[in-house]
Design a protein around this ligand. Structure first.
Ligand code: ADP
Length: 654
């Protein structure tokens, strides 16, 4: 029996840092987080036992600084470093430096990473180990004519791939010989810019391809096992969107062939730790054991590892830590069982309708359904946090389990319905549309599915009149939320006056909504051609949750949240106040969450606190850079106009 580490450092941020910390804590191992300027108050910093600042916000100056990370480990007495995924996780020089510093890298050896680091060398190695690889050219020669000739031999369509590639960069599909030269030039340019290496390989473009990968694990005693497969065919622009385990339609024969090949691949490079062998599968005639080929190996923990954990009941981070400490694999192959089905959906701050353009913003509202054995929420942010432009805009992974695929998928749809985000553009509706897509639901997936249906999946349905009416009532200052809270009762709102109001919604204020009082105490709302009545009884019952955030209002009523642009008088008032060095409560309310302390220096736009009033949440953000001199306490009820935040006097020139 080896002894485990007493303290580890996590060289990462966000959800994966939080995920690793959780397992370490359960194992009685102390944790050290590292963080950049942008992450001073991040969840992973708060979750760890200790935290070390490693530099400015850009990753090149912080999360990629091997020297600072290793120094942080030594200063804090950490014995091992977990790299998470991305950043330094597949960098063999980093592994060597960690080991040279007398620390343990929780992952494979530098040699294993190198063996799989370049797609061409990896393919040559796999061919030798008897693992099927996609027919193609993966030699050293890079002459354009030779590559074009090999494309002719392979037969069109072909795929040009950067040998140093990742994230779909430097990859081009070519359908005709006459387009080859131009596609090659552009793939090379992109590869050079992204990886500093413009060498490429050419391979057969697989039609109706499915991406099926096998989770493998090795230890330092020569053992290797697999933990079944995951299907990651639901992709947009070669990026995974919803993953699942097991693969739909998988047969015993196909599984045996794929998992055998994956274990052979791991053994061929003396692999220790968690790894994934990615295969591309020609599914044009169903799953057939002679129609899958090695694509690449990821020598780290994958983003989508939770689906494997859900169907095997194993904690892969625990396995990683045990293997790194020198222990044998916790289970033998015949002890690893597959039970039920699991999905993972990646919740992103991005605009699906605009080609998945990444978004930023402050998460004025962020709430998830309660997690349990059938539902895991993996996140590195909390309400009030900011999605910054510096890092990947993933907000959370929503992971569900069911006895079968249908049950797991139904749970995913239900979980997405209860996932409420306001403050940024998010892909919740897109994920829900994909999860409900008839082909996806039938398990008829391939990597082109999303591309073919993109317009339908990312269409933003017009808001129903009811949602527009609720938004207008909220903007007019009326309580519309379901709550037993006295604030949600109309009687408290006499001071709003019972006059008709016109509310303008939408970017250009084009949607005009007339809100007028009725004699029975209810409200009549005219939305375009329709009239909707909100009786006092309905209002008292509560109709929805409405979140006001700077310049917007979001209505959560059912399946899809609706966000409207509003010209926000509250924000304008806050700006004016800010000029005077303080921020006041725009209305009576409860200070729900305070994000910063006295003395903190804050940046313009940073969330300072959340005020809950009329069951709506108003984020009070810093109107300019400054130092907090005074701030309201969490949990306190404040009057309208009460000072919430005071800034220190400008000291000038700092
Ligand atoms: P990267 O390392 O850039 O992510 P991969 O080699 O892992 O590149 O491929 C990414 C995705 O591109 C795959 O999941 C698959 O959808 C698609 N792809 C890769 N190779 C082929 C191929 N030969 N034919 C068709 N599609 C492919």
């Amino acid at each position: 029996m080896t002894s485990l580490f007493s303290k580890i450092l996590i060289a990462n941020r966000g959800e994966i840092a939080c995920r690793v910390i959780r397992t370490a804590r359960r194992m009685g191992i102390r944790t050290v987080a590292v963080y950049s300027d942008a992450d001073v108050r991040a969840l992973h910093v708060e979750s760890a036992d200790e935290a070390v600042h490693i530099g400015p916000s850009p990753v090149a100056e912080s999360y990629l600084r091997a020297d600072r990370i290793i120094a942080a480990a030594r200063e804090t007495g950490a014995e091992a470093i977990h790299p998470g995924y991305g950043f330094l996780s597949e960098n063999p020089e980093f592994v060597e430096r960690v080991e040279a510093a007398g620390l343990v890298f929780i992952g494979p050896s530098a040699a294993s990473i190198r063996a799989m680091g370049l797609k061409d060398a990896a393919k040559r190695l796999m061919e030798k180990a008897g693992v099927p690889v996609v027919p193609g050219y993966h030699g050293e020669e890079q002459d354009g004519n030779l590559l074009a000739a090999s494309a002719d031999t392979i037969g069109y369509p072909v795929l040009i791939k950067a040998r140093a590639g990742g994230g779909g960069k430097g990859m081009r599909r070519v359908d005709r010989a006459e387009d080859f030269a131009e596609a090659l030039a552009s793939a090379r340019r992109e590869a050079k810019a992204a990886f500093g290496d413009d060498r490429v390989l050419v391979e057969k473009y697989v039609e109706k391809p499915r991406h099926i990968e096998v989770q493998v694990f090795g230890d330092r005693h020569g053992n290797a096992v697999h933990l079944f497969e995951r299907d990651c065919s639901a992709q947009r622009r070669h990026q995974k969107v919803i993953e699942e385990a097991p693969a739909p339609g998988m047969t015993a024969e196909m599984r045996r062939a794929m998992t055998d090949a994956a274990v052979r691949a791991a053994l061929a490079i003396d692999y220790a730790g968690a790894g994934t062998i990615e295969f591309i599968v020609d599914a044009s005639e169903g799953l057939r054991p002679d129609r899958f080929w090695f694509m690449e190996m990821n020598t780290r923990l994958q983003v989508e590892h939770p689906v494997t954990e859900m169907v095997t009941g194993q904690d892969l981070v625990e396995w990683q830590i045990r293997v790194a400490a020198g222990e044998r694999l916790p289970l033998r192959q015949d002890e690893i069982r597959l039970d039920g089905h699991a999905f993972e959906a990646r919740l992103y701050a991005e605009d699906a309708a605009k080609g998945f353009l990444p978004a930023t913003g402050t998460l004025h509202r962020l709430s998830f359904p309660a997690a349990g054995t059938d539902l895991r929420i993996e996140t590195g942010v909390r309400e009030g946090d900011t999605i910054s432009p510096y890092y990947d805009p993933m907000i959370a992974k929503i992971v569900t389990w069911g006895n079968d695929r249908k049950e797991a998928l139904d749970r995913l749809v239900a979980a997405l319905r209860e996932t409420w985000v306001a403050g940024s553009i998010v892909n919740t509706a897109f994920l829900a549309a994909l999860a409900r897509d008839p082909d996806f639901a039938a398990g008829d997936v391939d990597t082109g599915l999303i591309g073919r249906k993109q317009a339908v999946l990312s269409a933003v349905p017009p808001a129903p009149a009811e949602a527009v009416g609720l938004a207008a009532l909220a903007v007019a200052g009326l309580p519309v939320s379901s709550s037993s809270d006295p604030w949600a009762q109309l009687t408290g709102y006499a001071h709003f006056g019972r006059l008709a109001k016109q509310v303008s919604l939408g970017e250009d204020g084009a949607m005009k909504v007339l809100v007028a009082p009725e004699t029975d105490g209810g409200w009549s709302v005219d939305v375009e051609e329709r009239n909707i009545r909100f009786s006092p009884q309905r209002l008292e019952k509560g109709l929805a949750t409405v979140v006001r955030w700077p310049g917007h209002v979001t209505v959560f009523t059912g399946a899809i949240p609706y966000t409207f642009a509003v010209r926000d008088p509250l924000a304008a008032a806050a700006d004016a106040e800010a000029a005077a060095g303080s921020l006041r409560a725009p209305m009576p309310g409860l200070v729900k969450l305070v994000r910063v302390g006295v003395g903190a220096s804050v940046r313009k736009g940073e969330a300072l606190l959340i005020l809950e009033a009329m069951k709506m949440e108003h984020t009070v953000a810093a109107p300019h850079d400054g130092v907090i001199a005074d701030i309201a306490a969490e949990g306190v009820q404040v009057d309208g106009d009460a000072v919430l935040v005071r800034f220190a006097e400008e000291t000038g020139g700092q």
